[in-house]
Design a protein around this ligand. Structure first.
Ligand SMILES: [Fe+2]
Length: 232
């Protein structure tokens, strides 16, 4: 691993951990697809829903999924780092063991906002998490409305942002990605792959190349975020 390849910072590839991969065969195919487009490192980020799960049971389920992955893993596959995609609920910063949802070895936590209805309390929760010493990264910020993003970024000045590959597609995709990269500290990109989805991988490659051409060094950002991370 030299760190020059693509880093997929958001993926659903752990077999049986969530609806991203139902079995080992799907995971193997996902890793082959990601490898084929130049992915060198993948952060596996199964969903964590605080309203229905506890940190302890999530980590147990993730550990079992990691074991299943290890049974089919070979060294030619991208390097995999365990993580989580944590849905923000009001007051989640007070939840015990929130820090255990960081990528192991790091203080980096991937957060996800609800699709709508960002109350002041939800935004304040994100602000407290990002000011607490954790490095909070907001997942697929491209999915949300400009007005919501503006409120969030105004309140949470230490927050980093992740874009999904799909953001670059479509008639106005590149323009929108350019606007987001100019307005926000975009630190990483992800396929958000569910199933053996070649399109998600191809879009990841497109957005990676597009953003690097703009002068944002995604390889370096990923290396910094994953500097102390433990591999599977
Ligand atoms: Fe996701």
């Amino acid at each position: 691993m030299n760190g020059n390849g693509i880093t997929d910072f958001h993926s659903h590839i752990l077999p049986g951990a969530d609806h991203g991969s139902k079995n080992r065969e799907t995971t193997k195919r996902q890793l082959e697809i990601l490898k084929s487009i130049g992915v060198e490192r993948v952060v596996a980020t199964p969903h964590f829903y605080p309203q229905i799960d506890s940190v302890e049971s999530f980590l147990e389920k993730r550990a079992a999924a990691v074991e299943r992955l290890q049974s089919i893993y070979d060294a030619k596959m991208p390097t995999v780092f365990p993580g989580a995609e944590v849905l923000v609920c009001p007051g989640i910063d007070h939840m015990q063991h929130l820090d255990k949802l960081c990528i192991p070895g790091t203080d980096v936590i991937l957060l996800e906002m609800p699709m709508s209805g960002w109350s002041a309390e939800i935004i304040e929760t994100v602000r407290r998490i990002s000011a607490s010493g954790l490095v909070a990264v907001m997942a697929h910020i491209d999915r949300y409305k400009k007005t919501e993003i503006a409120k969030l970024s105004l309140e949470c000045d230490r927050l980093l942002y992740q874009l999904n590959g799909s953001a670059v597609s479509g008639f106005l995709g590149k323009k929108r990605v350019n606007e987001l990269c100019s307005a926000l500290p975009v630190a990483c990109v992800g396929s958000d792959i569910h199933g053996a989805d070649k399109k998600a991988a191809a879009e990841l490659k497109s957005i990676w190349q597009h953003i690097e051409k703009k002068g944002i060094n995604l390889s370096e950002c990923a290396s910094t975020l994953l500097e102390r991370a433990l591999k599977l």
